[in-house]
Write a protein that binds this ligand. Structure first.
Ligand code: C5P
Length: 281
């Protein structure tokens, strides 16, 4: 019998750069939440051979199947657990690629959850976390897929925190915003190390914290300024910010009706932009 999992898009509500490691990677402290209405779907049909197929509106943007993180996650778990039951994985892809929404990481994490189910592994089995870490910085946080604080370069994940159900509008101008370029454009004042905070104050006070990668991303992809500006002017929009290393931006509204109405207004003005109203939690 086939098993199915949703891979929800990840949104960074805050992102503070806390330092730079000797290997050049930056350490971060980031409150993340997950989009209820923006997700890929993964189906696992048990069988003797590990294989992957993909379809969906953005499947071609995700590159060759051999390089897909969904397959790499299954292989990472296979390497760590002898006799792992496997099968055919089908990925239905809708989360925009390279958009700061962690789509590939969410797919990888969903595959690990599917294989955990098939092999009777507990959701907190350390082998899942190890395989997640081996697949990329955002995979451990996507494994949990609930609002929490991530630290280090993503390998440290807090227990779930309470942010409530946030009514949001996600907007991507469909302009690539490569992560390495954004980190390169990060200036010293934006990358000063800060004392790390506790989880609860971050979850309570996230609206007062920003995204340290927003300014460098704006230097790389100036249209992000237009996205933030247009979002902020939409009726009922209380707050705006960029997610991750961009270019997706998010606006916050008091209820679902306001977010959906704002989506219609913006889609009429910017028909080429990717726009999605969703709850984040
Ligand atoms: O994680 P990803 O492979 O997308 O990162 C691309 C590049 O972005 C890295 O090679 C590194 O230069 C930079 N980066 C960083 N600190 C992070 C994540 C990425 O400096 N935490």
């Amino acid at each position: 019998m086939a098993l199915q999992e949703r891979a929800k898009a990840k949104v960074n509500l805050t992102l503070t750069v806390t330092g730079r490691r000797s290997d050049g990677y930056h350490t971060l402290e980031s409150l993340v939440a997950f989009a209820d209405a923006v997700s890929d779907t993964l189906t696992l049909t048990p069988g003797p051979v590990l294989s992957l197929s993909a379809a969906g509106v953005v499947a071609d943007d995700a590159g060759p199947l051999d390089n897909n993180l969904a397959l790499k996650a299954a292989q990472a778990l296979q390497q760590r657990r002898a006799g792992l039951r496997i099968g055919h994985i089908h990925l239905e892809k809708t989360i925009p690629v390279a958009a700061g929404l962690g789509g590939g990481s969410a797919d990888a994490a969903a595959v690990l959850r599917l294989l955990a189910q098939l092999n009777d592994l507990a959701p907190d089995d350390p082998v899942l976390r190890e395989a997640a870490r081996a697949c990329g910085a955002d995979v451990p946080v996507c494994l949990q897929s609930r609002a929490c604080v991530m630290r280090g370069i993503g390998e440290i994940v807090s227990p779930p925190v309470h942010v409530g159900r946030l009514h949001a509008l996600l907007v991507n101008p469909r302009v690539p915003c490569p992560t390495p370029a954004v980190f390169r454009a990060l200036n010293a004042p934006e990358s000063l190390a800060v004392a790390t905070r506790e989880d609860a104050p971050i979850a309570r006070g996230w609206r007062g914290l920003g995204n340290d990668l927003q300014a460098p991303a704006l230097r790389c992809v100036p249209v992000i300024a237009d996205v933030l500006d247009l979002l902020a002017r939409l009726p009922g929009c209380a707050d705006v910010r960029m997610s991750g290393s961009g270019a997706t931006c998010v606006g916050f509204f008091t209820d679902a009706a306001q977010a959906e109405q704002a989506a219609c207004v913006l889609a009429a003005r910017q028909p080429r932009w990717w726009i999605a109203a969703t709850v984040l939690d």
